[in-house]
Design a protein around this ligand. Structure first.
Ligand code: FAD
Ligand code: PYC
Length: 416
């Protein structure tokens, strides 16, 4: 990898970056791979990296129909936290948070992790009880969590309307201090560069159009540029999982729909951390560029229409103004959407499939950015060993037959 001294950076800047080495190579795909990963989002990229780094499997291709990180990985609002409810989830997400804490060093790439804390608000005595139960449960699992009374909420986020006369008065909340944000593009690019350096082929503009099987064994994929054979195939395509599964003759318990977000013009530092209100259905943070980053609940109907719309904008902004009346004078700059894959219990589906040699990572829904390091780590283990990593074993497809659901809808951050 190229080392960037001050002089090297200055030389590149003055020469218009003409000789700047690309972070990863652009190669045509080979005819055969040990592992083909479909989807060049964070989950696919991290999986490729850990396959190469931890399992020595480097004859790997990532096939991406568009550009790296152009799916949900480049569209999300970057909340990272491990404060789920059930031990299966907190163990997994805490592993991810810990990997995030060392990720810039691991990848030698600054992913701009900023652990500024995430606050969930309560607007009724009943919700305070629920948050207390949630916070206690997490603390018993050894994860940081703290209840806040109204005074502490005010100190943490002075711009919140904490008056008794607010339309949805705030009674207190629950904070995870180690939660935070990271730069989403950097997470994708960092994993891509590191995987490429270990020999992984990254193939963009290569849409997979079919899964090749002989009997019950996967043999490879059909793409717009021809067939690529593979011993193992891994699907990591978020909102398009049902389409890919259908190509392999499978039906998934997944609903795909639109989740939107938006940013304001940049302003001076106004918000220390993230804040979520499950009651008014919005969450807000501030990007390092100063924009107020706003999200809301997922659209209530299934759709593959990857664009923002006016009803969600109105709904979400009226919710934000309930919490932050002073934001009424902010100008909105951009609105966008991603297609999220929601499972019946709002938990991921990761592991083997009924087709031999075919693996799937889906159901990340509204919360799979925070899961990228652990998702990649455990999915790589599962593919390399053909058996689930213990941290994702509870999240297999088989739970929909056994009924062992891990219902995390209430911990998902946003309604869906
Ligand atoms: P993606 O990044 O979507 O990657 C899948 C890739 O597969 C895409 O690049 C796509 O082009 C490609 N693909 C699809 N079909 C094919 C095909 N046939 N052939 C080849 N390639 C194909 N999560 C959090 O943890 N915190 C948040 O704050 C958060 N906020 C969110 C806000 C929004 C608005 C959205 C939309 C999502 C949010 N999420 C959040 C969820 C998170 O972004 C996703 O769960 C995560 O990015 C999923 O990663 P992935 O790699 O599985 O999917
Ligand atoms: O997963 O924490 C989350 C989240 C917040 C907003 C969207 N997803």
């Amino acid at each position: 990898m190229e080392k960037y001294s001050f002089w090297a950076i200055a030389k590149h800047a003055l020469s218009g970056h003409r000789k700047w080495a690309p972070a990863w190579h652009t190669r045509p795909p080979k005819a055969h791979y040990d592992v083909v990963i479909i989807g060049g989002g964070g989950q696919g990229l991290a999986t490729a990296y850990y396959l190469a780094k931890k399992h020595g499997i480097t004859n790997v291709a990532i096939l991406e129909k568009g550009w790296l990180g152009g799916g949900n990985t480049g569209r999300n609002t970057t909340a990272i936290r491990s404060n789920y409810f059930y031990p299966e989830s907190t163990n997994f997400f805490e592993h991810s948070l810990r990997l995030y804490e060392g990720l810039s060093r691991e990848l030698n790439y600054n992913v701009m992790l900023s652990q500024r804390g995430a606050l969930t608000l309560a607007h009724s005595p009943h919700q305070m009880d629920m948050l207390e139960r949630w916070s206690n449960s997490i603390q018993l699992q050894g994860i940081d969590a703290q209840m806040m009374d109204i005074g502490q909420v005010k100190d943490f986020m002075p711009l919140l309307d904490t008056s008794a006369g607010a339309r949805f008065p705030i009674l207190g909340g629950f904070v995870q201090r180690r939660a935070g944000v990271a730069r989403h593009d950097a997470v994708a690019w960092g994993y891509a560069r590191a995987a490429d350096a270990l020999g992984v082929d990254i193939v963009q503009n290569c849409e997979v159009t079919g899964i090749v099987r002989s009997g019950n064994r996967v043999r490879g994929v059909e793409t717009k540029s021809g067939v690529i054979t593979a011993d193992k195939v891994a699907i990591a395509v978020a909102g398009h999982s049902s389409l890919l599964a259908r190509m392999a003759g499978m039906t998934l318990p997944i609903t795909s729909g639109v989740l939107q977000a938006m940013v304001s013009e940049p302003v001076k530092p106004a918000l220390g951390g993230l804040v979520v209100s499950p009651v008014v259905h919005t969450y807000v943070s501030q990007s390092d560029r100063g924009e107020i980053l706003i999200g809301g609940r997922a659209d209530s109907y299934p759709s593959y229409g990857q664009r923002g719309n006016l009803p969600a904008l109105e709904d979400t902004l009226s919710a934000v103004l309930n919490l932050f009346p002073s934001f009424s004078r902010l100008k909105l700059m951009r609105q966008w959407a991603g297609i999220v894959d929601i499972s019946p219990d709002s938990s991921p589906i990761v592991g083997k499939t009924p087709v031999t040699g075919l693996y799937i990572s889906t159901g990340w829904g509204t919360g799979g950015f925070k899961a990228i390091p652990a998702g990649g780590d455990t999915f790589a283990y599962t593919i390399a060993n053909d058996r689930p990593h213990h941290l994702i074993a509870p999240f297999g497809l088989d739970r929909f037959a056994s009924g062992r659901f891990i219902n995390e809808a209430a911990a998902a951050g946003v309604d869906h």
